[in-house]
Ligand binder design. Sequence first.
Ligand code: NDP
Length: 411
Amino acid sequence: MRSSLTTVSIEIAARPSRRRRISVLGATGSIGESTLDLIGRNPDAYEVVALTGGCNTRRLAELAILHKARLAVIADERCHADLKVALAGTPIETAAGEAALIEAASRPADWVMAAIVGAAGLKPTLAAVRQGTATALATKECLVTAGHLFMQEVASSHTTLLPVDSEHSAALQVMADTKHDLIESVCLTASGGPFRTWSRAQMAEATPEQALNHPNWSMGPKVTIDSATLMNKGLELIEAHHLFGLPPAKLDVLIHPQSIVHCLVTLADGSVLAQLSCPDMRTPIAYSLAWPERMHAPTKRLDLAALGGLSFEAPDSVRFPALSLARAALAAGRSAGTVLNAANEVAVEAFLTKRIGFLAIADLVEATLEARADLAAVAPSTIDDVLAVDGESRAHAKTLLGRFASRGASG
Ligand code: NDP
């Protein structure tokens, strides 16, 4: 997919009759496990090339054995010895470190799932894209931090890019074959997270355990915290802008606590098209895996009568300022998304390790954006420029942690 909807109905090469070669970056995570669950149900159809993990050596080795992977790569080099021991006596090759991740992503494959959490996924995902491997993109941070350059790489390598986020998958399903200028708006839905009805005072006291208790979705910790702050929906607006080539004014967010309707697209004739499914990431993953066809997914089927009703409400930007920060970064362009994302990654990590309070996540992001307007204004011309801004933003955000330590709320 390129940055325009005119290319949503992309031609795809004929499906090979041999088993499809699959790699999963971030195999040990929530998305990685869901992907491998689908693949494991039909082992005759797939051949697993490479699986990668961050530091969970035990699970990576189990998955590599279970799915007969050719290569298992662990990002943290200190874990390589354990991985080798765990895979001793198997034909599975092992490697560790960033260069090995990139090499794994570059191995010839027909489809790769990009599901490494955070900007750490940028270089490996780009490696897959540059190979021209059809890429299912879960790592939204790639587009938030390097949007234009990332999409240029997708276009120049003629790679098929398939969104995995349920909202963007829904948008693709709904908008495919619709002319770009007939789309009036795309509205991404958000569950509202565990604190949807909480006051700011209550959120100031929120613990990581409470924030990780998402009402509808079972996900990795970083995206779960992003869902609680609504930063996730902000990141998704930026993602949608780059994926679909839509201006910010055509992108909107609606709170939908049941997480059944994933996206609403308004067309020029007043029609509103939506995609509905139970909240289970195996549905959008299956869509990206089978695309342009469809496949069976073992998910719960929707029973609207049992559900009784679907509700919608506008997001509250006072209680959830992260959404406004992301919208401002989207409007500002250049490197604002890079700074926002880097500061958010630092803040989420600090919250999870109880160094700052819940409300301080957005405060820290805002303070970093204010303090480093110089970085946000950089117009990056290479991925190295993006990574330099990312690194400086992280370093700056860390210097601000003390200001927000144990404070929780900004008053
Ligand atoms: P998880 O935290 O569950 O998994 C992250 C994966 O990345 C793990 O395999 C982890 O390895 C690996 N990893 C962590 N740090 C590094 C690193 N520095 N280098 C290489 N690998 C690393 O995350 P999710 O699966 O929830 O999310 C992955 C991405 O998908 C995120 O960008 C998220 O926003 C997006 N997404 C997730 C959804 C979900 O339902 N989970 C929905 C939509 C999008 P290890 O296990 O060894 O730590």
